[in-house]
Design a protein around this ligand. Structure first.
Ligand code: ADP
Length: 270
């Protein structure tokens, strides 16, 4: 079963998701939510955007409906479609329609990946109208005050084909995400994996070295997510150099020279 096929009320988060604020993002998001403004989270992969959304949904006591956008995702995937069930044609809401009807928070992750027709359906939701046209059903859904639309966008992958148009981006309150500062990032790694501060600190130093290689052989440096993964391997008993190799280096690149360089960085630290 796909996650978004759960009913909206089943997407309520009961326990506080652990989230370390990096700046004033919690306050700004709450202000945007109260003012019924859509939000855009900008930043590289693995730097806490999804965790932030889980935390905010918990704080605001709203269900969270997340859609990971990909290049086959159409407007109908978001809004809904007629399906034949037991010989009958029935309408099935897509995740965006479900979120609007229920007054949930809808998080469209990596929205630029989706097909261009998706912007047609999010535009009227992302301005004063706050409505979702469901053309095939002949309905216009009005979003209740509790509904919020948030999208994420990685400016690092920007290309002419994969950019958000000004007419889209200028509807959103934008929050910039980047890697937490070293002390905070080490605390997150400790908390998420169970390794001690010493190991977490070294992993952060390793990550900083790889981040310096961005654009000089690597598309991206190691994200907080990768560090947490490597730390979990270490905590499970895998030697740190091997954990960095499997948990970080191999995930970052396939290039043999770059792999050797990244592995050298980790063995210099562990
Ligand atoms: P993104 O959605 O930006 O790709 P995630 O939210 O999935 O990234 O973050 C990846 C992992 O990094 C999380 O599962 C969590 O372990 C950790 N993480 C990153 N930033 C934070 C933070 N500020 N507070 C708590 N955990 C964080």
């Amino acid at each position: 079963m796909q996650a978004h096929s759960l009913k909206a009320e089943q997407r309520i988060i009961g326990q506080e998701p652990y989230y370390e604020p990096v700046a004033d993002e919690i306050e700004v998001f709450e202000a945007a939510y109260d003012n019924r403004l859509p939000v855009m989270l900008k930043g590289p992969t693995g730097c806490g955007k999804t965790r932030f959304m889980e935390h905010m949904a918990w704080r605001l006591k709203r269900p969270l409906i997340t859609v990971s956008c990909h290049d086959d995702l159409t407007a109908a995937d978001l809004v809904g479609r007629f399906l034949v069930k037991n010989g009958e044609t029935v309408w099935t809401d897509g995740p965006l329609a479900r979120a609007v009807r229920f007054g949930a928070i809808c998080y469209l992750d990596e929205v630029v990946e989706a097909r261009k027709d998706t912007t047609v359906v999010i535009h009227p939701l992302a301005d004063d109208r706050r409505e979702l046209p469901m053309e095939k059903l002949g309905e216009l859904l009005e979003a209740p005050p509790e509904f919020n639309l948030t999208i994420s966008f990685n400016p690092g992958y920007q290309s002419v084909l994969k950019d958000l148009k000004q007419s889209t981006r200028q509807r959103f309150v934008a929050l910039e995400f980047s890697y937490p500062d070293p002390e905070l990032e080490a605390r997150i790694i400790e908390r998420e994996s169970g390794v001690d501060g010493e190991v977490a600190g070294r992993l952060v130093r390793f990550a900083e070295m790889t981040r310096n290689l961005k654009g000089a052989g690597l598309d991206e440096g190691a994200s907080t997510r990768l560090l947490v993964q490597a730390a979990k391997l270490i905590h499970h008993g895998i030697p740190p150099a091997a954990a960095c190799r499997a948990g970080v280096a191999q995930a970052l690149t396939d290039d043999p020279d770059m792999l050797a360089a990244v592995n050298e960085l980790s063995t210099s630290l562990f």
